[in-house]
Write a protein that binds this ligand. Structure first.
Ligand code: MN
Length: 235
């Protein structure tokens, strides 16, 4: 009835195992049971975490070390936590094999892309010409730019034929080259990739924006979580 959603969290991160309550609240409101997984470097434990859960969530956070996608770091690249990279990449590798649903947000979309061999813009303002402020100045619960949803993608059905959704935006990195098996689901008007999915997998969807901060005011963003939790019920 209520699927268990494992939120992948790093047990070394500032000494606590934590996830922002915006993520747990969004899962709860959609009928799921959020569980924060204390992922340390005992990778054998991940098999048990994976068995326990009906679906998985990867959350926002710091930048991924550029060498993991074959690049030297630019001066504009942000802060990095190697243990978080290592833990999340190892967990993703196990989770993806189960075919249980995966949702990934912000850093999460970047993590999924790098795990599948893709690359990132290390810093949008210095590497990509755009008029859109992807680090919005408005409050985080407010939408700031729209995204264009591609027809023939699972997200399109949620837009009721409008092919557009409101997004908030507080990222300075984004997908550059797409990882293996990923397809674009939505872009900002400047072309920046804002959502992807895996057509060959039952349910892997990732978002650059933060629907967990918009579901209270926007039905389309709310549907992102209700669809995900529903998919977890039947995984
Ligand atoms: Mn954006």
């Amino acid at each position: 009835m209520h699927p268990i959603i494992g939120i992948v969290a790093s047990a070394k991160d500032v000494g606590d195992v934590s996830a922002p309550t915006t993520y747990t609240a969004a899962i709860e409101a959609a009928g799921g049971v959020p569980v924060i997984l204390p992922c340390g470097e005992n990778f054998d434990m991940y098999e048990h975490f994976v068995d326990l859960c009906d679906g998985f969530m990867f959350t926002g956070g710091c930048d991924i070390r550029p060498s993991r996608y074959g690049e030297e770091p630019l001066p504009e690249c942000g802060s990095i936590q190697d243990h978080r990279d290592i833990i999340e990449l190892a967990f993703f590798e196990k989770a993806i094999k189960t075919d249980k649903p995966i949702i990934a947000i912000c850093r999460g979309i970047q993590l999924v892309n790098v795990a599948l061999g893709g690359t990132l813009f290390q810093d949008i303002p210095s590497q990509f010409q755009t008029d859109i402020l992807h680090k919005q100045t408005q409050e985080r619960f407010e939408p700031s730019h729209s995204v264009q949803v591609l027809e023939s993608t699972p997200l399109y059905a949620m837009t009721n034929g409008k092919a557009t959704m409101m997004a908030n935006s507080f990222h300075h990195q984004a997908i550059k080259d797409l990882g293996r098996g990923l397809a674009v689901m939505a872009r900002a008007e400047d072309g920046i990739i804002e959502a992807v999915f895996m057509p060959e997998k039952p349910y892997v969807r990732a978002y650059q924006w933060h629907p967990e901060r918009l579901w209270q005011i926007d039905a389309n963003n709310r549907a992102i979580f209700t669809e995900f939790v529903k998919a977890c019920l039947y995984s």
